[in-house]
Write a new protein. Structure first.
Length: 218
């Protein structure tokens, strides 16, 4: 994708409007990179409120620790993350990720940052159950690497503002940000979180609440 001045200026305007309206989002809420990574797996196909309940279960049991979770029997780990839904499937996916962290990253999620972005991303994508959105969430929010996360909220806002179409794929939407904007961790962090915010409160799935939306007219 070749950079376009018009696309760049529109994206920058969207960010400016959202930041002025909502302010900094302080996302991702977590106490450690490992917690971010666990949350990124658990949030697949569920709401963040459900993820918070599952994370709270792990914390209460002092299990938000790499080796502690790996040592649990599958059924036991599934019981702790049950509020996140699809708990047996997510237990397997989470264990796959934990094994990668233990075996390839010296036990620390943040060690992804020792690698170049493409290699770190491919490493995560090689984990069964970790797709592009989950991988980019871990890279951006846990390893603090400059990649952009595309989720259903982001796609919805892009489509309704003519920056993406129904058939636009993940890679193309990700490139829209990464090819047109400065690849800066904090900037991408705020931008994604702001897009999620406006989608939740104005650009809803089944209706538009355009009145009072900071992106009205953009």
């Amino acid at each position: 994708m070749q950079p376009s001045g018009n696309t760049r200026s529109r994206l920058e305007l969207i960010y400016q409007r959202l930041f002025e309206h909502f302010g900094p989002r302080h996302w991702w809420p977590a106490d450690s990179p490992l917690e971010v990574a666990v949350g990124a797996v658990l949030t697949q196909n569920t709401s963040w409120q459900n993820v918070e309940k599952a994370i709270a279960n792990l914390k209460r049991a002092n299990l938000l620790d790499l080796e502690a979770m790996r040592a649990l029997e599958p059924r036991k780990l599934s019981s702790y993350i049950k509020p996140a839904g699809y708990y047996n499937l997510k237990e397997t996916r989470l264990r796959n990720l934990l094994d990668l962290v233990a075996d390839r990253l010296d036990g620390k999620v943040e060690n992804l940052a020792r690698l170049k972005l493409v290699k770190a991303r491919n490493l995560l994508l090689g984990v069964k159950g970790v797709g592009p959105e989950t991988a980019d969430s871990i890279l951006l929010y846990a390893a603090r690497m400059p990649t952009f996360v595309i989720d259903a909220y982001t796609k919805r806002v892009l489509m309704r503002h003519g920056l993406a179409g129904e058939k636009t794929g993940y890679a193309e939407m990700r490139a829209l940000f990464m090819d047109h904007l400065e690849n800066d961790v904090q900037y991408f962090n705020e931008f994604h979180a702001l897009l999620v915010r406006v989608a939740k409160y104005h650009c809803k799935k089944t209706r538009f609440l355009c009145e009072g939306c900071p992106l009205e007219g953009v």
